[in-house]
Design a protein around this ligand. Structure first.
Ligand SMILES: *Cc1c(COP(=O)(O)O)cnc(C)c1O
Length: 433
């Protein structure tokens, strides 16, 4: 265990005195895997460095945005150029329609887009709009899908199918989630039943078309089409939350990959290139209901911020001009995921994996993981041992079993080779306990 941790440990102490848990987003505290979170001081390409000088190959990509890797020159230059002209105006700047046009070009069914500052705001606003448009109250979401931390979306499934959701956080009154229905993912029958029980009352279904937030879980064959059919049948809206999958799985996101078109799309992460951005998009008929054109209120002091727009624009334009990157990332991720799985098998460790494009999870579980019920059977203790051993070996994975990992365009074959070698060592530790 040669890794130095003194500086990070000091910083964590200092942070804990003034920030709850020392972190500004809970999973960063490493509570789900044990061990101590390194403080990161620098990133370049596929690598990051912590306050003690340790170097890691990393598969977090800031939880998704950094598809071009850390400090991608195109993005850094664009942000510097924008910053020189001023950091914020609270008035419109030319980068806003420019990014809007490029993003919309990737999603043929979406005609207009509104930029906000986070994925949380994007989904919250999209649901407000869906409720206004349909004049209905109920929202269907799926267990294990995460759509940010708005009250009505922080909901766990109640027991049984098509029952009312229960608040997933203290501080959320039951009344605030009474119109949220939480159903199992990949179960079209449950959605059909809910729509029969609440006929004419469901405003929208919101779904991660490929789930990243219970670990990577792809949709079963025909599942997204079933959601499309059931929502259309009852004049409800279908919202694809592509905050993670947009520009990740393909230039046109999961809707391009699976060929199912939602009514609204929420975006974030990659379209901000590592700066804070979210967005929601849909047909003009819907989007024109948003203020100032319509009665649905939604605003933001820093929305459309020029630095965020410039980083997003640099990232998305780079992807548009280099679409072969998707094939390359997919092949590299495929090699990585299967070779690590083989190493696990050789070490006698039970894992199963899911991967779509450059997004993946190794579940310490037996059998296929298709929803929260199967994902939650994972051996999180074993994952924690694996995570800590990988960190020691210089590989930084998402610090929870229930988060997707990402390979970026900056990862090389050598990165993959080193990661597989590290995993081989790590599985020996996992097995030994
Ligand atoms: C990350 C994420 C969000 C929340 O975005 P924030 O910017 O963290 O608020 C919402 N939905 C999905 C699918 C996400 O992956």
């Amino acid at each position: 265990m040669g890794r130095k941790t003194e500086q990070s440990r000091k910083l964590q102490k200092r942070a804990e005195a003034v920030i709850p848990g020392g972190v500004n987003s809970p999973v960063r505290a490493f509570r789900a895997v044990g061990g101590e979170p390194p403080f990161i001081v620098r990133g370049e390409g596929s690598r990051i460095w912590d306050a003690d000088g340790n170097e890691y190959i990393e598969y977090l990509g800031s939880w998704g945005p950094l598809i071009l890797g850390h400090a991608a020159p195109e993005v850094v230059e664009a942000v510097i150029a924008a910053a020189r002209k001023g950091t914020s105006f609270g008035a419109s700047n030319p980068l806003e329609p420019e990014l809007a046009e490029v993003v919309l070009s990737a999603f043929p069914k979406m005609e207009k887009i509104r930029f906000v500052n986070s994925g949380t705001e994007a989904t919250m606003s999209a649901i407000r709009l869906a409720r206004a448009y349909t004049r209905r109250k109920y929202v269907v979401k799926f267990e294990g899908c995460y759509h940010g931390h708005a009250d009505a979306l922080l909901v766990k499934a109640g027991s049984g199918v098509a029952t009312l959701g229960i608040p997933g956080s203290a501080g959320v009154p039951q009344e605030f989630t009474q119109f949220t229905l939480a159903l199992p993912y990949n179960d079209a029958e449950a959605v059909d039943q809910a729509f029969k029980k609440f006929k004419g009352q469901i405003a929208c279904v919101i779904v991660e078309p490929v789930v990243g937030n219970m670990g990577c879980v792809p949709p079963a064959k025909g599942y997204l089409d079933a959601l499309r059919y059931i929502t259309s049948r009852d004049n409800a809206l279908l919202i694809f939350d592509e905050v993670m999958t947009g520009f990740r799985l393909a230039f046109g996101g999961a809707q391009e990959v699976y060929g199912t078109a939602p009514d609204m799309t929420t975006l974030g992460k990659i379209i901000g290139g590592g700066l804070p951005v979210g967005a929601y998009a849909g047909p003009a008929e819907l989007m024109d209901m948003v203020a100032p054109l319509g009665p649905v209120y939604q605003a933001g002091t820093l929305s459309g911020n020029p630095l965020a727009m410039s980083a997003g624009l640099a990232t998305v334009c780079y992807l548009r001009e280099n679409r072969e990157l998707y094939g390359r990332m997919e092949r590299a991720a495929g090699t990585l995921v299967t070779m690590v799985a083989e190493a696990a098998k050789e070490a006698g460790v039970s894992i199963t994996y899911n991967r779509v494009g450059s997004m993946f999870t190794w579940f310490f579980a037996e059998g296929p993981v298709t929803n929260w019920a199967t994902a939650s059977k994972s051996d999180t203790e074993a994952f924690g041992r694996f995570h800590r051993a990988m960190l020691e070996a210089g590989v930084y994975l998402p610090p929870s079993q229930y988060e997707a990992a990402f390979l970026s365009a900056a990862h090389t074959d050598e990165d993959v080779r080193q990661t597989v070698a590290a995993a081989r060592e790590a599985f020996a530790v996992v097995e030994a306990k």
